[in-house]
Design a protein around this ligand. Structure first.
Ligand code: BDR
Ligand code: CA
Length: 322
């Protein structure tokens, strides 16, 4: 079973990815070593607190949460207009208070370095957020990212428009420099871009189906309320082209790990624009028919969203059942 570190900025869709992972950890199909929170959708303190609360909701409060490395100069704003001012659809107050404190927490990059050093070649990194923590770890301890078994990133936009600028996707645009460091210093990189996640519309009926298994559970209540809150903001920001629901981008990483038959990939050398006037954060690979320098990533091209959601809903049902 994979040893996982989850790097995240919860984040409504991060929360759903989190719950999916929790269901698999509970079934002993994965081991969660740590959660490294990072600023992104909201500020670092909120993402830390949200990560702790999500763990606690699932009775995993003994798992360490790292505090995000602060990025002083960011290119783009947080995404509270999608995820709510608290990052969780304004539902964070309904969740149990965290036992770990932000002030006493270790920094996420230090946790990454410690774990990757302790388990060389064994750790699967799931990165659902700006790549600030991963880049900071690499800068502090050069070569450390090559110790990961695999780095799975939700981010980038290749053949589709961006979602925060005309060309760039949020997680990469937030810190193109961090993405560049990660792309250039990782051995086993898997990139799940907007090209596939923009068709992952989680619809309220799916939350309803999950809830029927155990309407009373706290997790059920949270799933229903978060799905509703995210649907509201997504509709008003036209994220789903008018279809009722919201894009559950980050959940695609769990599909890759546990239901890989739902995705199709190509191998490419991925690079990121860091200096462009109109295009910072744009992810690129060369599709021309000529010899390339060494490829560095697998990039998802297509997803079978019906099969992905079937697996997602079934696994969340088992999570709320007990
Ligand atoms: C990514 O940006 C964030 O707002 C989401 O949580 C996801 O990780 C999608 O572009
Ligand atoms: Ca995210």
């Amino acid at each position: 079973r994979p040893k996982i570190i989850l790097d995240t900025d919860p984040g409504g869709d991060d929360a759903f990815a989190f719950l999916w992972l929790m269901s698999l950890v509970k079934k002993e199909l994965a081991e969660l070593l740590a959660v490294t929170s990072v600023e992104g959708n909201v500020n670092a303190k909120l993402t830390f607190t949200n990560a702790c609360k999500l763990l606690q909701l699932n009775n995993f409060s003994d798992i360490e949460v790292g505090r995000g490395v602060i990025k002083t100069q960011k290119e783009i704003d947080h995404a509270a207009h999608i995820h709510g001012n608290d990052g969780l659809g304004n539902l964070a107050q309904t969740l149990p208070s965290p036992q770990q404190s932000y002030e006493n927490a270790r920094y996420s990059d230090d946790i990454l370095i410690e774990k990757l050093t302790a388990f060389p070649g064994e750790i699967t990194m799931i990165a659902l957020a700006p790549l600030t923590n991963l880049a900071a770890a690499e800068t502090k301890s050069p070569g450390i990212l090559k110790q990961a078994k695999e780095i799975i990133i939700m981010g980038g936009a290749f053949n589709v428009a961006g979602n925060v600028t005309p060309e760039a996707e949020f997680n990469i645009a937030y810190s193109p420099e961090a993405a560049e460091i990660v792309f250039n210093n990782s051995n086993h990189l898997v990139i799940l871009p907007l090209d596939v996640t923009r068709s992952l519309i989680f619809r309220p009926e799916m939350a309803q189906k999950i809830s029927e298994v155990n309407p009373e559970s706290n997790i059920t209540q949270f799933i229903l309320a978060l799905a509703q809150a995210m649907t509201q903001t997504s509709l008003s920001h036209r994220e789903t082209q008018g279809i009722e629901g919201f894009l559950v981008h980050d959940a695609v990483t769990l599909a890759y790990l546990f239901y890989p038959e739902t995705l199709q990939f190509c191998r490419a050398r991925v690079e990121v624009e860091v200096v462009g006037k109109l295009t910072p954060g744009k992810t690129i690979f060369d599709r021309r028919h000529h010899a390339k320098i060494e490829a560095n990533a697998w990039v998802a091209q297509q997803v079978n969203s019906a099969n992905l959601f079937a697996a997602f809903v079934e696994d969340l049902k088992t999570l709320v059942r007990y």
